[in-house]
Write a protein that binds this ligand. Structure first.
Ligand code: HEC
Ligand code: HEC
Ligand code: HEC
Ligand code: HEC
Length: 193
């Protein structure tokens, strides 16, 4: 009898834990790259040098005019409030806690960490609290994406209706393996997760 109760209690505990972590991932919001920078300065600095960190600039009138003409876009148009462009040139556009507008969410312009790693409000707390001891499974349950496991997540932007696609110029073709290497420099983790 006692064993059965203990068993039942632990089962309920596991279910509760599972429910909480799932709800957590669903509630995760975008926090912006500055928050990640505090603990991941090397990745931040390396990402900052990529075009992704400046991708919003492309939506301004006059910027990359020749390339825009080639892609059938109006080089003099201001695209910085155009929903069609924002979904790929900002972070979390249209999602809970994601980019809304330059005025309301200035810290979420450009293609930042969370475009590839998922909204960070929940997993960032676990990383902070547990450092060495968090498991990859628990941060994934809290919304962390390991990009090499998620080609689909890249194709949302590097495919679909992007005006700069392989038909305009073969250089825009998305080669997952090659691109993974150019996201930011990678540094070995100190601990096992
Ligand atoms: C308070 C500090 C802190 C913050 C803030 C933080 N992290 Fe982390 N993160 C860590 C620590 C500690 C580790 C484990 C490092 C190690 O083992 O060397 C980690 C590991 C990771 C890993 C590797 C996980 C794995 O299993 O491969 C990724 C990816 C990551 N963080 C992304 C982010 C992103 C994106 C943000 C911003 C949304 C962020 N982190 C915010 C502390 C933090
Ligand atoms: C929210 C949309 C979005 C997502 C998701 C996204 N990207 Fe991108 N990526 C962009 C945009 C926009 C650019 C072009 C930036 C520019 O030229 O201004 C870009 C550029 C790049 C570049 C070139 C960087 C440089 O400096 O030349 C690499 C590499 C890349 N992405 C890899 C990836 C990988 C790998 C994934 C998935 C893990 C991914 N991207 C997911 C929007 C996205
Ligand atoms: C489906 C996602 C998507 C949409 C929608 C999108 N872009 Fe992009 N854009 C990208 C990606 C991804 C790249 C980088 C392509 C690459 O490196 O292969 C890019 C690159 C660019 C570039 C730089 C090209 C270069 O060679 O330097 C400009 C300019 C640009 N986009 C403008 C726009 C404008 C303006 C709009 C809206 C009319 C728009 N984009 C809509 C995903 C998108
Ligand atoms: C274009 C996609 C992309 C963006 C944007 C991105 N990352 Fe990553 N990140 C990766 C990939 C790819 C890996 C390698 C892990 C894997 O996917 O297997 C990685 C790994 C990491 C790791 C584990 C250790 C390492 O160096 O490999 C940390 C920590 C991390 N990223 C933090 C960040 C932070 C902080 C930012 C923003 C400043 C960021 N990432 C932006 C794709 C991205």
């Amino acid at each position: 009898m006692r064993k059965a109760i203990v068993g039942l209690v632990s089962l309920l505990f596991v279910i509760a834990l599972f429910a909480v972590s799932n709800a957590d991932a669903a509630n995760a919001k975008y926090v912006g790259a500055k928050k990640c920078k505090a603990c991941h300065i090397k990745q931040y600095k390396s990402w900052k040098k990529t075009k992704m960190a400046n991708s919003f600039e492309n939506l301004k009138p006059g910027v990359k005019a020749d390339l825009k003409k080639k892609a059938n876009l109006d080089p003099n148009k201001d695209y910085t409030t155009d929903a069609k462009c924002l979904k790929c040139h900002t972070t979390g556009y249209g999602k809970p806690g994601g980019f809304v507008s330059v005025e309301k969410t200035p810290k979420l312009i450009n293609v930042q960490c969370e475009a590839c790693h998922g909204p960070g409000s929940v997993y960032k707390k676990i990383m902070k609290k547990k450092k060495k001891t968090f498991t990859r499974a628990e941060v994934k349950a809290a919304g962390l994406i390991i990009p090499s496991e998620n080609e689909k997540g890249c194709l949302v932007c590097h495919g679909g209706d992007s005006p700069f696609n392989a038909k305009v110029d073969p250089k825009y073709k998305f080669n997952f393996k090659e691109r993974l290497k150019k996201t930011h420099k990678h540094f070995p983790l100190k601990y096992k997760h």
